[in-house]
Write a protein of this length. Structure first.
Length: 119
């Protein structure tokens, strides 16, 4: 399934249940080509026919709504076109890493010792 997102990005859901999001709006971690850049008003992309960017923000989640760990965050910013293509192929063909990127290793150990986990 394909979805357009506010003239500033898109989502694709794949047969494996994973969804990829590619965004390049004012509030995203990207480099918009508009002279106002990331400081443009949130709805600025809807006011023009063409809203572009030199880099984008990507994210992914599985069919249970669990977000992919992008190496310390749930999104990865300033991604190049070639990296976007690689990420899309990864999301379409792989199991996502849904470990919580916001839990420090010592917190995980403490939770395991106490018999609970937030992951």
């Amino acid at each position: 399934m394909f979805r357009a997102m506010g003239n500033k990005g898109f989502q694709i859901s794949f047969a494996n249940g994973n969804t990829v999001s590619v965004q390049w709006g004012p509030s995203n971690y990207c480099e918009p080509t508009d002279e106002r850049g990331r400081n443009a008003p949130f709805d600025a992309p809807m006011g023009v026919d063409d809203w572009g960017a030199k880099s984008v923000e990507v994210a992914a989640w599985n069919s249970d709504g669990e977000w992919h760990n992008c190496g310390g965050d749930q999104v990865k910013g300033w991604v190049t076109p070639d990296q976007v293509a690689e990420f899309i192929a990864f999301v379409a063909n792989s199991e996502l890493d849904t470990t919580n990127p916001f839990v420090w290793a010592d917190e995980e150990e403490e939770e395991e010792e106490n018999g609970s986990s937030s992951i």
